[in-house]
Design a protein around this ligand. Structure first.
Ligand code: TXA
Ligand code: MG
Length: 311
């Protein structure tokens, strides 16, 4: 998009948000389905479009730390992480929540999830709107997240007044969600920002076990295609599609997440290839082993949930 086309598109999106309508919004992680964070009726439309349980709260997207602080003051640990990693694939769950992010968007919790996305189109829309927008991934609840505008349209396009095309998502996995309340920071959802990068700044993260019920994106079955998913597969069986990593993949049903064994590339391809494999109507989707280091932690988290295992 050139600058003039971009600003027309941004204006259209802002008008839709102001009217309480939904917007398909590109971010660097996955495509979101966005609405005015303060407008409970608009937020209700998001839950309806996704078929999402109302107890599962949404992330409020902001341009930067200053806009976040107007929603809820960031505790020191959260401020450190925001300064280090925003804009980027990091969501901070902090105590608070006034009217800026309505009760329904927070699912009635006394915490609020905040993220500053890095994608220039998301930044432009939020800046022009001037206030936070809530945006869950634009998939129907339980399905893989969309990483391009066509996949987003297929999932929830009929509920959106405007869809912005920002190209394929560079990260391809949802943001890492960190809970920062009293005490240590907790990893609520592994994601596009590696644990090691966060721990290098603030030390070891606590596990999410106690909070797991409060971050339902961690519940099985999630991120799931229609075909069953079979993990740790050394080779495909008859009729199976095959997602490989770092090994040679052959045949019409094979997709290579990263021939060179690069986890960043595999993350960017994961949901796109899961969907592409699913479209072939295979008896199952076999996935070769993926190392658990770096972004592999989040990739394996999504794959276990796609396969229906409780994490
Ligand atoms: O990368 C992303 O985060 C994408 C893009 C669009 O920004 N959004 C996204 O939103 O993945 P969603 O709604 O699909 O996932 C939000 C996750 C869920 O697991 C939800 O339970 C958790 O964040 N969450 C939101 N508010 C929370 C809160 N107050 N406490 C604990 N978990 C929360
Ligand atoms: Mg989601």
């Amino acid at each position: 998009m050139n600058d003039a086309a971009l600003s027309d598109a941004v204006r259209g999106a802002v008008a839709a948000l102001e009217a309480g309508a939904l917007v398909i919004l590109p971010t660097e992680t996955v495509y979101g389905l966005a609405a005015d964070a303060a407008d409970a009726e608009a937020i209700a439309r998001i839950y309806e479009a996704k078929g999402r349980p109302r107890f599962n709260p949404l992330i409020a997207h902001v341009t930067d730390r200053a806009m976040a602080e107007r929603v809820a003051p960031l505790p020191p640990l959260a401020a450190t992480l925001a300064d280090a990693f925003w804009p980027g694939p990091l969501t901070l769950v902090v105590p608070g929540g006034g009217d800026a992010v309505c009760d329904l968007a927070r699912a009635g919790l006394d915490t609020v999830a905040l993220r500053a996305p890095a994608h220039p189109v998301a930044q432009a829309v939020i800046a022009a709107f001037g206030r936070p927008v809530c945006a869950p991934s634009a998939n129907r609840s339980g399905r893989p997240s969309p990483t391009n505008v066509a996949d987003a349209m297929e999932e929830t396009g009929r509920f959106a007044a405007v869809a912005l095309d920002g190209g394929p998502c560079a990260v391809g996995l949802e943001s890492t969600v960190i809970g920062v309340g009293g005490g240590a920071a907790r990893l609520l959802r592994p994601g596009g920002l590696e644990r090691s990068a966060i721990e290098a700044r603030i030390g070891p993260l606590a596990a999410a076990a106690d909070d797991a019920h409060r971050s339902p994106g961690r519940l099985a079955l999630h991120y799931a295609p229609d075909a069953p998913v079979r993990l740790e597969a050394d080779a495909p069986r008859g009729g199976e599609a095959w997602l490989t990593f770092g090994v040679r993949a052959q045949g019409p049903l094979a997709f290579n997440l990263s021939p060179g064994g690069d986890l960043r590339e595999a993350a960017a391809n994961l949901f796109t290839y899961l969907r592409a494999a699913d479209r072939l109507n295979p008896v199952a989707i076999a996935v070769s082993p993926i190392p658990d280091r770096g972004l592999g932690e989040a990739i394996n988290d999504r794959l276990r949930r796609a396969a229906g295992f409780v994490g």
